[in-house]
Design a protein around this ligand. Sequence first.
Ligand SMILES: [Zn+2]
Length: 225
Amino acid sequence: MACNQGSIELNLSRADSLLVTELTVCLLLKRGRGGRIDHGHHEGKAKQALHETVEMDRAIGRADLLTSVHDTMTVVTADHSHVFNFGGYTGRGNTIFGLAPMLSDIDQKPFTSIIYGNGPGYKLLNGARENVSTVDYQDNNYQAQAAVPLSMETHGGEDVAVFAKGPLAHLLHGVHEQNYIPHVMAYAACIGQNREHCVSSSGAADLRPVLSSIAALLTVTRILC
Ligand SMILES: [Zn+2]
């Protein structure tokens, strides 16, 4: 299957499960969107990062329609977070890209609800924090204010979520070290050690989840790295 030239060619000789999951991966990559969440954050462009997140959500939804929970393990996770946060007691209905409904009690200036811990959005004007009400903080390329100046915003250190469904998805719950995840996926995919569960009662290797799980791993890797 080729998915890098603007067209998708199906190899009909392959097993259906592989075909469907490869198609899923191709669709995700073909869109070319949803894969730049990381870039948006590093540039301090919260709007870009969040729009990419929406695109990624749509791509996952599309992959979900193309696969079956009965034979496909789907894992969606990330390998890190960012020093990205929002606060300021914003009310329901307040745009995420808007201002907090209060002024700083220190410099008496407004602030956006989205804030980065560090990054290129750090800016001083005449030795003081910029008054964001004087700039277009809703612009697509607006770089949200950051507490520490850096040319590129950094990754964060907190736990990230891992969502899973399908065969053996129950192995992903609670809190785990990140290196546990590929072991679960390999186990579900009948790769490596401990493959006893992959042998059917007839003694024949039952590898139905294998290729689907690999596709899921690839999908997550390509989207989030
Ligand atoms: Zn990064």
